[in-house]
Design a protein around this ligand. Structure first.
Ligand code: PHB
Length: 394
């Protein structure tokens, strides 16, 4: 007999979505088991994006002191769009009355993991989900292997796939591991982390004839920067001097503060939305349900928005026996997902130079950029989407 763990909700994946969901369920008195195939150290050290919408920060506030966003993170009241040799500031508070916080995703994960463990959460690292079965019964199961490779199962009243873009749970919902709407882009980002002070007070998103660059930050002493590259680029292809050269030539007007580069990576650009988010008693959230290109910094924020909706739906289902909020979860989540897909695609197309761009395309793009920065309405569209639509609006 395969050993079986029983719980109310089985959560596959201990990223921001899975951990936050376990916290919200626990606050409602609903126990869960969270598994992840990675080690705690791997989860806490994976470098991801760093911008949190205001609604995300407010939801993390429910962790109490365990959330360090407001103490260690930094509020950013604007970004700069740079093109044709000039910078244009988009001022969030005056446009939409909101802001964003710069607080790297791995710090959010450290906070969530510490808080969940302190609360006694059954959270298992190094555990691999192999399959999710019986979605259409009221006892769905996760077939898994523990950290020693021994098979076991988790039987629950509900299973949530928060297991990222290579989701195992997705097949139980969509019928295949890939089933979804998909778009690939002809470019990627070359990302670096370096030891240097910030080069500017706020993030700079720069459209230049040489391609896009983003000058982001991590702390007073560590900076994150990206430049547009070919998706096939090898991280070893550039010397440090060449990397600084590539970055610097794309942000004319700012002298970048250079320092030792201690991490390099290439980020592929993909847009993906699963064909289905729910089947019976299995639901998908976060990257398991959708992927966005990183330009609008929507990835984790979108995961948090899914979780907010699903937590409410599971409370209704498991505490009140009311399945209606769950039935409408896909439709409500997808409204925001497609808005964020559009925004991420739009920011990407606005700022990058496509490899086959003609002179017409280039001039049209500059016209589009001017349409944004020279109009309060254009700026407000960007600010509203960047700071995040209200979490309750679905
Ligand atoms: C980051 O700092 O990693 C970052 C910031 C803003 C983005 C994307 C990534 O739009």
């Amino acid at each position: 007999m395969t050993p079986t763990v029983r719980t109310r909700v089985a959560i596959v994946g201990a990223g921001p979505a899975g951990l936050l969901l376990s916290h919200l369920l626990d606050a409602a008195g609903i126990p869960s088991v969270v598994i992840d195939q990675r080690s705690r150290d791997e989860i806490e050290s994976t470098i991801r994006a760093g911008i949190l919408e205001q609604g995300t920060v407010e939801l993390l506030d429910t962790l109490g002191d365990a959330s360090r966003v407001r103490t260690v993170g930094h509020r950013h009241d604007g970004i700069e769009l740079r093109f044709a040799g000039e910078g244009h500031r988009i001022d969030f508070p005056s446009l939409v009355g909101r802001s964003v916080w710069l607080y790297p995703q791995h710090e959010v994960l450290k906070d969530l993991i510490a808080a969940r463990l302190a609360a006694g959460q059954d959270l298992r690292f190094g555990v691999t989900a192999e399959n999710v079965v019986d979605a259409e019964t009221d006892r769905p199961r996760v077939i898994a292997r523990d950290a020693e490779g021994q098979p076991f199962e988790i039987e629950a009243e509900f299973v949530v796939g928060s297991d990222g873009s290579r989701s195992v749970a997705r097949a139980a919902v969509t019928g295949s591991s890939t089933g979804g709407y998909f778009r690939e882009y002809p470019f990627a980002w070359f990302g670096i982390l370096c030891e240097a002070p910030p080069s500017a007070d706020e993030l700079i998103y720069s459209n230049s004839p040489d391609g896009f660059a983003l000058i982001s930050q991590r702390s007073a002493t560590v900076q994150r920067m990206y430049f547009q590259c070919d998706p096939g680029t090898d991280t070893a292809a550039y010397s440090e001097a060449q990397l600084w050269d590539e970055l610097q030539k794309r942000v004319p007007g700012t002298t970048l503060k250079e320092g030792p580069i201690f991490q390099r990576d290439v980020l592929r650009f993909r847009s993906f939305v699963a064909h289905e988010l729910l089947r019976g008693r299995v639901a998908l959230v976060g990257d398991a349900a959708h992927t966005v290109p990183p330009t609008g910094a929507k990835g984790m924020n979108l995961a948090v928005a899914d979780v907010r909706l699903l937590a409410d739906a599971l409370r209704a289902l498991l505490l009140d026996g009311d399945a209606r909020p769950l039935e409408t979860y896909p439709e409500r989540a997808l409204r925001r997902i497609w808005k964020a897909q559009h925004f991420s695609w739009w920011m990407t197309s606005l700022l990058h130079v496509a490899p086959d761009a003609t002179d017409f395309d280039r001039r049209r793009q500059l016209g589009e950029l001017r349409g944004v920065v020279e109009s309060r309405h254009g700026q407000a569209y960007l600010a509203e989407a960047y700071c995040g639509w209200p979490l309750t609006s679905g």
